[in-house]
Design a protein around this ligand. Structure first.
Ligand SMILES: [Zn+2]
Ligand SMILES: [Zn+2]
Length: 302
């Protein structure tokens, strides 16, 4: 089971009733944050999920609307009593950006580990049980889309375990993914499990133009969170110029990728009420939702 919270749904600048885009993901007692615009810590506070369990922060790119909230958030995580290291991931330039932003929070009680992703990076690795992949997207500065997946092991296969003479005493541990060594023998989970079952996949793409690569990247996502900077199709030239998307372009990606649900986010301040343009997305991809600050969803295995 995973919980997802869209902390804010604005692009460029926070508005009185709209915070900047960020996403909080919670799974197995650990949390992962994507982006950290100005004021993100206020939204995190409002979730009631606490700060201490934020294990990692994934940054899409280094425009202020995605990172300016970092010093304040780090300070608050420090005040929450965290002492374990926290990892920051992001495209090239991470070191310089974090060095600059942390000048004003010099004495944090935890270490910050920096994982600067190479420009063509496709995999971030694991944060707890969460498998994180990434891909470079098309924006005005190096930028990554991220996919968070909770994988699901195959069903326990008693016949297979018996035919391979795996001692019953080890079944439980193997089922939990452990490898067991015993009297010169080596037992691995694949000896007792069937093929991997469908897990939970959440994709997050902002800021970017729609690309063919994104279609594959978001393939079969249970939840696809995508920028929709502009509501009207007439704004397409602006979207193309500024390397953003219209609602209908985001919906096109959702449809082509076979995603189950689309949350639009990163609205231009000129989009006063995203609901007014939602039809532009819904006519292409029915299960389109206009993002709202603190919109939450819990996703379960099928
Ligand atoms: Zn932005
Ligand atoms: Zn940007």
């Amino acid at each position: 089971m995973v919980d997802v919270c869209l902390l804010g749904c604005g692009g460029m600048m926070p508005l009185p009733d709209r915070r900047l885009t960020a996403l909080l993901f919670r799974c197995g007692g650990k949390m992962l944050l994507i982006d950290c615009g100005e004021g993100t810590q206020v939204s995190v506070k409002m979730t009631g999920w606490g700060f201490k369990a934020i294990e990692a922060i994934l940054l899409t790119h280094y425009h202020a609307d995605h990172i300016a909230g970092l010093p304040g958030l780090l300070s608050t995580i420090g005040n929450s009593g965290r002492e374990e290291p926290l990892t920051l991931f992001g495209p090239p330039g991470l070191r310089q950006v974090v060095a600059g932003l942390t000048v004003i929070v010099p004495a944090l009680p935890f270490d910050i580990l920096l994982a600067e992703l190479p420009p063509d990076c496709l995999s971030v690795g694991h944060v707890g049980d969460i498998h994180v992949s990434c891909m470079p997207v098309e924006h005005t500065t190096p930028c990554f889309a991220y996919c968070l997946e909770l994988k699901r092991a195959g069903r326990f296969d008693v016949e297979k375990a018996q035919s391979l003479a795996v001692p019953k005493a080890f079944w439980k541990r193997l089922q939990n993914g452990e490898t067991v060594e015993y009297k010169g023998g080596r037992y691995t989970p694949d000896m007792v499990l069937g093929k991997e079952r469908k897990g939970i996949k959440v994709a997050y793409c902002t800021d970017t133009r729609p690309t063919e690569g994104l279609v594959n990247f978001c393939r079969d996502a249970d939840l696809f969170i995508c920028e929709g900077m502009y509501g009207e199709d007439e704004k397409l030239p602006d979207a193309a110029l500024k390397k953003h998307m219209t609602f209908s372009e985001a919906a096109g990606l959702a449809k082509k990728s076979g995603s189950k649900e689309l949350w639009l986010t990163h609205f231009s301040p000129s989009v006063k009420d995203p609901e007014l343009y939602l039809e532009n997305a819904a006519k292409i991809f029915e299960n389109s939702v206009a993002g709202r600050d603190l919109m939450m969803k819990t996703l379960h295995f099928e």
